[in-house]
Design a protein around this ligand. Structure first.
Ligand code: GLY
Ligand code: MN
Ligand code: MN
Length: 435
């Protein structure tokens, strides 16, 4: 464990207790019961899907894997955690970590997963739970306004949360370095993924999201979900988007590498996206609109694609027509925390919806930046035939350059950055990375 984590976690919990007390008083509640959730069974089967606990449950415990457990928060009283830990010779019962939070909760290890009996008062229940579970008229189920207010508590990270995110990044980067070596050695997508998991010391089910391991054209499939088991015959490129959890907190990192068979047009494009990504990171500070920064990404991509001869019309014309949306259909980034796409990215601090611009429906963060937010910055350029096809005969792109780039799929560079009043604090190690 990195030094100082226990003290930071205590401070985090102190602040969380005060914040919950204020929110619950505002909602005229005596407490809130948070259910961690449970894995889903495959239909007509006895096998279960991977599981991640409810984010608000994790906000207190950091336990992404603790299923069927209940946490009761009543301001002014010791919080109570009922852990589902049946004595069962098929499985190892749930274990609790050696962390500061364990000492300040009243913890019951239970054979059953039923909700705890609630004291007298008015309580809300949040989590993946059916109303039938707690048949009590004094219980309010899933009140949206409460959930929105608790979501807001996760938007600005505590010092403890930042330390966890930094550690998740450090561990994930060991995996990325190993993945790059595996790619350069000519390994298959599956072997690159195994190298990533091995070096970052994690099992696949514990990842915060399924790794995207796109060799060659697969890098252009935004959420590419397979792992080829055969090594590629030619090595043009690798786009690897892979993360890690530390005490629940997620790293979300993408790297793109050229291979020995890369076209000479590809490497400068990778370097250009990397340079643009650094510029966008450097621009992060409180008060900036993320929508404006997203537009800056498109402006930068336009300049890069014109400079590299991919776009043949003028910068002004390309900007006016929004042409780069065909090369980068996703958003610049999103909030990051206990969920890889963390909560409340499209709401103002007082709960009003903030819709993305109509040209950017995939943008997940539409707020103004504030100190304490952790965001991803992930510009990309992809050759996605479905999106580029309408421009083929427009005279605005060089179809032969696009054709040469197509076998490389795409480029994305993604780091995780803390916004501070003093400037950006990049949590992803970026030293000595050049093509
Ligand atoms: N890994 C998912 C994302 O970058 O948003
Ligand atoms: Mn991301
Ligand atoms: Mn990602």
């Amino acid at each position: 464990m990195p030094p100082g984590f226990d003290a930071l976690q205590r401070q985090h919990l102190d602040a969380l207790e005060s914040a919950y007390a204020e929110v619950l008083a505002r909602h005229q509640l005596d407490g809130v019961l948070l259910y961690s959730g449970h894995p889903r069974r495959h239909f007509a089967d006895d096998q279960e899907a991977n599981f991640a606990a409810f984010g608000h449950f994790q906000h207190w415990t950091g336990q992404a894997g603790l299923a069927r457990s209940w946490l009761l928060i009543c301001p002014g009283q010791v919080s109570r955690l009922k852990v589902h830990a049946p004595r069962d010779f098929w499985h190892l019962p749930a274990r609790l970590p050696d962390e500061a939070w364990v000492g300040r909760f009243e913890i019951i290890l239970s054979d059953d997963d039923a909700p705890p009996v609630l004291p007298k008062g008015r309580f809300a229940v949040l989590g993946d739970v059916s109303q039938a579970c707690l048949d009590d008229v004094s219980v309010v189920y899933q009140p949206e306004a409460l959930q929105a207010d608790l979501d807001e508590l996760r938007v600005r990270k505590s010092e403890y949360e930042v330390a966890c995110l930094r550690e998740a990044n450090r561990c994930a980067m060991t995996g990325h370095h190993a993945a790059r070596q595996a790619f350069l050695a000519g390994d298959s997508e599956l072997d690159i993924q195994l190298a990533y998991l091995g070096a970052s010391r994690q099992r696949e089910a514990a990842l915060p999201y399924s790794s995207i391991v796109g060799v060659n054209t697969h890098g252009g499939v935004l959420h590419y979900q397979h792992y080829d088991t055969a090594p590629p015959e030619t090595c043009h490129s690798l786009l690897m988007d892979a993360g890690q959890r530390y005490r629940g907190y997620c790293a979300d990192i993408t790297r793109t590498w050229s291979g020995p068979d890369a076209d000479p047009a590809f490497r400068p494009l990778v370097n250009g996206v990397r340079a643009l990504q650094k510029q966008l990171v450097a621009a992060l500070r409180p008060g900036i609109s993320f929508i404006d920064l997203h537009q800056q990404m498109h402006d930068g991509l336009t300049e890069l694609l014109v400079e590299q001869g991919v776009i043949t019309c003028s910068v002004v014309h390309a900007q006016a027509s929004g042409l780069t949306r065909a090369f980068c259909p996703h958003g610049l980034g999103h909030l990051l925390g206990l969920q890889v796409h963390d909560v409340a990215g499209r709401r103002s601090a007082d709960g009003l919806p903030l819709l993305p611009p109509s040209a950017d429906p995939a943008l997940r963060l539409t707020r103004e930046l504030e100190a304490g937010m952790v965001v991803t910055i992930e510009p990309g350029v992809y050759i996605i035939p479905q999106l580029i096809e309408p421009y083929r005969d427009s005279g605005d792109i060089d179809a032969s350059v696009v054709q040469r780039l197509a076998c490389h799929g795409g480029i994305r560079i993604e780091d995780n950055v803390l916004v501070t009043r003093q400037g950006p604090d990049n949590l992803t190690s970026t030293t000595t990375e050049t093509e």
